[in-house]
Each structure stands twice: as structure tokens, then as C-alpha cells.
Design a protein around this ligand. Sequence first.
Ligand SMILES: O=C(O)CCC(=O)C(=O)O
Length: 243
Amino acid sequence: MWQRSILGRTVRSVHLIHMCVVPISCTSIQRHHSMGKERGGARPKGPPHVSPKQSPAVQEISGRDLFTVTEVLSSKEASCIVEYAESLGLTHQSSRGPKFGEAFRDNDRVSIQDQAWADTLWTALGLQGTLGRDPTTGAQPVGLNPNLRFYRYRPGQRFGRHIDESNDLGGGKFTLYTVLIYLSTPGEGGETVFYNRGKRLAAVSPRTGLALLHRHGRDCLLHEGAEVAAGEKWVLRSDVVYA
Ligand SMILES: O=C(O)CCC(=O)C(=O)O
């Protein structure tokens, strides 16, 4: 009896400690996003804070044309970005398909235009040192495309084979690399798969906080976002801007 009551007390105190744990909330950077909808006077929060990373670890898949960088975001930062994207509201994306020259597409997406957050991310991700001068044009990497896109794939969804175009942003600025930052680790599937001359070159498994960079435009490899089999795949998509 005595022993049982001691055990009972122990269990109760563990329970109390558990109840006192307060989840750390996502701190948004202190400004409000211009595209957000106002509901009942409440303005939506700005994008979440992302802290600078010290020494990102680069893993080359095909030299600096295709590589990954580990842990550019912490899992807390990634989940706060997902929460932020959800608060903006995603819309379903589809296409007419390859018969009409369009990649098959089935996912949900929202995009923002935010130069300040793109600059914050560029600094925080620590990618400056991983990309050098473009040998063809002599241009230098200067930041991320302020057009930031958030993708969500649920089981059964995918993005068919395609190539990414380079964008002319004006003022001598253009994009040369696609940047995909995985914001979640799906249960199964969802790899970003690359092909070279009809053969499968590499499949990158989405992992929270991992960044995948590949050259686009003229040198873009054919690639796809494979079907997600379990869980949700979230991606933050931008491009590296050169000038
Ligand atoms: O979601 C993926 O894995 C691929 C996304 C992609 O190919 C793109 O944004 O161009």
C-alpha cells in the first residue's frame, strides 16, 4: 500500500511537470505581410524568424551543378514556416499535362513577394560561400529571388518531369539556380529525382532543413517531384539571383 501510494505520488508529479511544458511559439519578424488578408481587423503575422547558420555542410551530387546543403533550417524554423504558409492559404495547382507541353502538376501552393525576407534567408542559409562566379557571364551570386513559393504535397500528389527556366529580374539580375528547402520529412516517397540523357542520375529524399540546389535555365537537368506515398512533403522554393 505504502509503496503504491509513493508510486502514485511519483506518477502524479510527473504528470504535473508534463502539464507545465509550454510549446515555444513561432516568432514572426516584426512586420506584417502586404499580401495577407485581414480578418476582423487582425492582421496576419509576417514570416518567421530564421537565424544565421554557421558552416553549412555541402554534399555534391554533380559538382556545384547539383548539390545539397544540410541543416540550413532547424526543425522549429521549418515548422514555423509551414505554419506561416498555412496561414496564408494554399491553392491547388494542376496543369493540362505533357500533351500540351506542360509538366504534370498536382500539389498545393502559395507564393509571396518579399525582398526583405529573401535577404534574411539568403544571409541565414549561409549559401554565399557555396556558389562562385558564373564562368559564362562572370556574374556573382547576390541573393535569393524575392518570389518565394511554398509547396505542399499530400499522399498521391507529385510534380512531373520538367526543367526550370532562368528568370530575368531586370536591372542586370537573373536567376541561375533553383533552391528547394524541404520543410518536412514525408513518411514515404516525394524524392526530387534528376535525369541525365534519359537515365536516372540521382534521387534526393526530402528531409526537414535540407536545401537542394541545381542549375537551371540552359543547363537545367530534367527533374521531377516523385509521388508522396505517406505523410506531407513541404518545400520552400526560390532561386539564386546573379548580377
Ligand atoms: O518538389 C520537388 O521535389 C520538385 C519541385 C520542382 O521541381 C520545382 O519547383 O521546379
